[in-house]
Write a protein that binds this ligand. Structure first.
Ligand code: ATP
Ligand code: MG
Length: 304
């Protein structure tokens, strides 16, 4: 027997337990009644992949929204001059707004730059403005250029913001901004698109993570891999999924994010998909992924 198709044309009850679906929908529609467990320690995750358009920003903002809607205080740091995470969370990011750029320059604190997203009072965002565009070059001549973000992410600042989770959304490069993110975090979350060429460049990313581990941040680990933009109609998507699972094992979340128009429409409305269309497959998948992230965080005994 074949597993059900992502398109939902398969109505075999054995494969689609209605009770499970109903419970899943209830979690989406009444998030306040379905709190996620708090992590054993504050988790800082860098969302990185130098390949462009693989779902870094989409995953950062929707995982963050999933955690926040279920009671966990979450901060998204937009570290990409494109400012896509700021757009998706609908926070002010016109040039001159206190942003991650001023944080890197040491001109404002994390607390001063953090804004509350209208999606949830538990969801904060440090925006990126276009001012960040020249920073890769500006950083080169600065003192402690690799650890400027880390310095601002002090325990005191994170305590003051009272956050359980921090997601740092990286630009599609392995330059100094991404290095700053890797030095500031304990964990790397790599989104991988279920498409051809998806694994190309992954070796280079892992090498860079190794280098950061050796020289700048000994505790950094690749803790989470999320498969995105899965298209159940293609064999290729399954092949990529299988290859990634064979290679990375349990690091890969069980939840796979399907390709879904709703996911790509949401940022156009300054919303996460969870707010834009809570009952959609994309929203439910990100919620499932957020649940997995939270359950791992609650089970982990690792100290920060
Ligand atoms: P960049 O490298 O430019 O920062 P990125 O890795 O952050 O890109 P996203 O911006 O999250 O990638 O996604 C790339 C594009 O794909 C966006 O237009 C986004 O809306 C769309 N997209 C992301 N995930 C999905 C999905 N599951 N289904 C359909 N479209 C998606
Ligand atoms: Mg992005």
């Amino acid at each position: 027997m074949n597993p059900p198709q992502e398109t939902g044309t398969h109505h075999d009850i054995g494969w689609t337990p209605i009770a499970e679906e109903a419970e899943r929908a209830a979690r989406v529609l009444h998030p306040e009644e379905h709190q996620l467990p708090r992590p054993t320690h504050r988790r800082v995750l860098t969302v990185a992949n130098q390949k462009g358009g693989v779902g870094k920003t989409t995953s950062a903002v929707n995982l963050a929204a999933g955690l926040a809607l279920h009671g966990l205080r979450t901060l998204v740091i937009d570290l990409d001059p494109q400012g896509n995470a700021s757009t998706a969370l609908n926070v002010d990011h016109h040039s001159g707004t206190p942003s991650v750029y001023e944080i890197l320059l040491g001109e404002v604190s994390l607390v001063e730059a953090a804004q509350v997203s209208e999606q949830s009072p538990n969801l904060l965002c440090v925006p990126a403005t276009i001012d960040l565009a020249g920073s890769e070059i500006e950083l080169v001549s600065m003192a402690s250029r690799e650890s400027r973000l880390k310095e601002s992410l002090s325990q005191e600042a994170l305590q003051e913001l009272d956050v359980d989770y921090v997601f740092i959304d990286c630009p599609p490069s392995l330059g100094l901004l991404t290095v700053n993110a890797m030095v500031a975090a304990h964990e790397v979350l790599i989104p991988i698109q279920c498409e051809y060429y998806a694994l190309e460049g992954l070796g280079q990313l892992l090498n860079n993570i190794d280098l950061v581990q050796k020289h700048l941040n000994r505790t950094l680990v690749v803790s989470t891999i999320l498969l995105t933009m899965y298209d159940g109609r293609t064999k290729l998507a399954d092949q990529v999924t299988q290859e990634v699972r064979n290679h990375f094992g349990d690091v890969v979340l069980k939840t796979v994010i399907p390709r879904s128009v709703k996911v790509s429409e949401a940022p156009g409305y300054g919303q996460t998909v969870l707010a834009y269309d809570p009952g959609s497959r994309g929203s439910m998948s990100y919620l499932d992924a957020a649940r997995e992230v939270a359950e791992r965080g609650a089970a982990s005994r690792e100290q920060q």
